[in-house]
Design a protein. Structure first.
Length: 289
């Protein structure tokens, strides 16, 4: 009988390309990954890997096995969900990855609600950007990911996952009450604070400024929305932030709507077949407004 954990390792090797990358993603040693894949070869009785320089590549039989592994792993998720639904209460451990403003604004009230309704359910939360969390979900490190998607910057979709849209979060200009400017065009000469280069929030914010007719002077870079708000309060920068960042409740700042009132989409993602797991359903319900 084939070992599903080893099939998952083979699938990850097909996705990531190297044993070292698989080991790093799943917190194994490279030798442990190699040993598990060698054991899978013994189980199947066929050669699955061929050396090519310092790397390995999958044989035709391994590719065939990976295609069937997708079906088997999805069915296992459904089986585990069905077994959990047969219990009288929702229990076990739910591993959650979520982006920062969700951890600050959405997760705490949801956890409080879950604690009252399902005291036997343990929820572990890790703050991670969607770009890191979504591949980790597919690898099995998390059971559910809470992620956000900015206008014009859709995240990659995986055949191995399914997602559920939760809510939208309006994006606004945030400026100091000390300033006389009150629109994006009028703050063109002011410094900005934005998220790091290469992130969806940064790409979106720069694009919005360019659409308004100027290149933003990004003088400060931080992934922490609290840092953005502190710099705005001090009159040092303008920011483009979602409502969940909490600007509207801060003294010393004022928010202004942007053209066409853009919003980011907040959603949950699980491995395909796991959406009806009681723990997943409980958290998803608790997160709804």
């Amino acid at each position: 009988m084939l070992d599903l954990r080893r099939l998952r390792l083979l699938r990850e090797l097909a996705r990531r390309g190297t044993i070292a990358a698989v080991a790093d993603a799943l917190s194994y040693s490279p030798s442990a990954v190699s040993q598990q894949l060698a054991a899978l070869e013994r189980e199947t009785g066929v050669r699955l890997l061929e050396p090519t320089g310092r790397r390995v590549r999958l044989t035709a039989q391994a590719d065939l096995l990976v295609s069937h592994a997708e079906v088997l792993l999805e069915e296992m998720e459904r089986t585990e969900a069905a077994l959990a639904r047969s219990m009288h209460d929702t229990r076990g451990t739910l591993r959650v990855a979520a982006f920062q403003t969700a951890v600050l604004a959405l997760i705490p009230p949801a956890l409080a609600q879950l604690h009252g309704l399902h005291p036997s359910l343990r929820v572990e939360v890790t703050e991670l950007a969607p770009e890191i969390a979504l591949p980790a979900l597919t690898s099995g490190e998390f059971d559910i990911v809470l992620a956000d998607e900015y206008p014009g910057h859709p995240l990659p979709r995986s055949r191995e996952t399914e997602r559920h849209d939760l809510l939208t979060d309006e994006l606004r200009l945030v400026i100091s009450t000390r300033w006389t400017e009150r629109s994006l065009r009028t703050v063109a000469a002011r410094p900005f604070v934005m998220e790091p280069v290469g992130t969806s929030p940064r790409d979106w914010a720069v694009a919005v400024c360019r659409q308004a007719g100027f290149e933003p002077d990004v003088r400060y870079t931080s992934a922490d929305p609290h840092t953005h708000l502190r710099l705005v309060e001090a009159g040092l920068a303008a920011a483009l932030l979602p409502d969940l960042a909490g600007a509207q409740s801060r003294q010393g700042v004022v928010t202004r709507r942007l053209h066409r009132r853009p919003t980011r989409l907040i959603f949950t993602t699980v491995r395909r077949g796991a959406a009806r797991h009681p723990a997943v359903e409980a958290l998803t319900t608790a997160l709804l407004p």
